[in-house]
Design a protein around this ligand. Structure first.
Ligand SMILES: Nc1nc2c(ncn2[C@@H]2O[C@H](COP(=O)(O)OP(=O)(O)OP(=O)(O)O)[C@@H](O)[C@H]2O)c(=O)[nH]1
Ligand SMILES: [Mg+2]
Length: 446
């Protein structure tokens, strides 16, 4: 089986879920509250449910990486085993399962230290990869722009480097005497140096790409159009919502991390104000650290946005956990103080009763798939945008000023139009910037 399987030759993956800690202990506060609310269920019950949802997410990740599922093993341990994560007894069992399932790769839904990875690879009859590598692989498949591809490659190499070092060390310990310094280590040294050179080269190229991007942004910002960024957990429906609002045709996919590169599109709000809407990369629990730093630049759109729209999958049993995770990343990006609108998406998958109880809150209930709730979202956006606020003013314009009339009609809402001779009087509701441009035609309020 090739190392990098393509879609047509899907690798057979053995899924290894390892839950460290007591049942229910690893939950976020949000999830714990949700659990307490459902007091009738026992701790163990909800822990099992949580494991289920984690397993579902894990399976989706594996499928998004293009692999097929050959088998699943779940292990709960009070503590991680430093040598193998799962403990030596379990390693034997894994090895047997991997052999009988004819797995090409065992994927562990946990991060593995260089030592753990090495020990597991030695014990199992197949390759072993951890959660970070899995996510990096999905990112590598989905990166479309040059910047995205450079970022992923850089993150992959940075992940690999300490793991090469680990193996190099083990080899030199193994040798340790004259004449035992084999070609293996020399090869590793060369590999390491080659990787380090490539890392430097990638950093340089990325800097160049980012410079261009910053210039583009600055040019955009010289015409002050506020941006609104859609943020949220992967698969929440951001791209579907983006398309429903803009009809821009961004890729929507049940695969996770379908969107890696931010997409921007201009939209007009009910007030006729224009804003730029940006679709961004999704977040996930335990996003590999290397990726968080790499994608920081891509998430610049989030940092520059005036308003954030947090899109949530209201139908997911993990929604509280997802929310906590998204807020954690927003905190890391230092944007928690921005106005934020909560969108409870996938309402079509909920019962009427559930929708009604959601609608009672501040969040906006939508179905991006069925295009419901979009108007309410647009209205809320109008309320939250403070830059370039909407004003209502009376204007008197000579009919000969066709350009002015056309500009106001395109960019504002006009009512109470009266004609007197060659003059038009009207109430205009629109963005301050637009109205300010034609203030010479303003009428004092009667
Ligand atoms: N039933 C239902 N499904 C939806 C809705 N919105 C999105 N989906 C589905 O959810 C999946 C994920 O949608 P995307 O729009 O790609 O999600 P995303 O948030 O952009 O995901 P990433 O780009 O991976 O972060 C797709 O299969 C969509 O068809 C909705 O309102 N109702
Ligand atoms: Mg998307």
């Amino acid at each position: 089986m090739p190392l990098n399987a393509t879609d047509s030759t899907a690798e057979r993956a053995l899924l290894v879920t390892v839950v460290i800690g007591q049942p229910g202990r690893a939950m976020s506060r949000g999830a714990a509250q949700a659990r307490d609310a459902a007091a009738a269920t026992s701790n163990l019950h909800s822990a099992v449910r949580e494991d289920d949802s984690r397993l579902v997410e894990f399976r989706e990740l594996v499928i998004s990486a293009g692999a097929g599922i050959a088998g699943e093993v779940v292990q709960r341990r009070p503590k991680a085993d430093p040598a193998t994560l799962v403990g030596s007894g379990k390693v034997e069992e894994l090895s047997a399962t991997a052999a009988s399932a004819q797995a090409d790769v065992a994927i562990v839904d946990h991060d593995l230290s260089p030592t753990q990875l090495r020990n597991l690879e030695n014990a199992l009859p197949c390759r072993v990869i951890d959660r970070t590598q899995l996510i990096l692989d999905i990112f590598a498949r989905h990166a479309r722009t040059r910047e995205g591809q450079l970022q992923v490659e850089l993150a992959q190499l940075e992940y690999m480097l300490p793991r090469l070092t680990g193996r190099g060390k083990a080899m030199s310990q193994l040798g340790g005497g004259i004449g035992t310094r084999g070609p293996g280590e020399t090869q590793l040294e060369t590999d390491r140096r080659r990787i380090q050179r490539r890392v430097l080269q990638l950093r340089g190229e990325l800097e160049g790409v980012r410079r261009i991007r910053t210039q583009q942004r600055q040019r955009r910002e010289s015409v002050p159009v506020p941006t609104v960024a859609l943020v949220g957990y992967t698969n929440a429906g951001k791209s579907t919502l983006f398309n429903a609002i803009t009809r821009a045709g961004v890729l929507e996919s049940s695969r996770m991390f379908a969107t890696l590169d931010p997409k921007l599109s201009a939209i007009q709000l009910p007030s006729r104000r224009k804003v730029l809407l940006s679709d961004t990369v999704g977040f996930i629990r335990d996003l590999p650290h290397t990726l968080v730093t790499s994608f920081r630049a891509t998430l610049e759109e989030v940092r520059k946005a005036e308003v954030l729209v947090h899109v949530r999958d209201a139908s997911s049993p993990m929604r509280e956990e997802h929310k906590a995770e998204v807020e954690k990343v927003l905190g890391e990006l230092d944007v928690l103080d921005k106005p934020r609108i909560e969108v409870l998406n996938k309402a079509d998958l909920l019962s009427e009763k559930e929708c009604a109880s959601l609608a009672a809150g501040r969040g906006i209930v939508t179905s991006a798939r069925e295009h419901t709730g979009l108007e309410a979202l647009m209205e809320r956006l109008d309320e939250e945008l403070v830059q370039d606020p909407v004003l209502e003013q009376r204007f008197q314009i000579p009919q000969s000023e066709g350009d002015v009339l056309a500009a106001l009609e395109a960019g504002a809402v006009i009512r109470d139009r009266e004609y007197e001779g060659n003059l038009v009087r009207m109430m205009v509701t629109g963005p301050a910037s637009l109205l300010g441009r034609y203030r010479r035609f303003r009428l004092a309020v009667r």
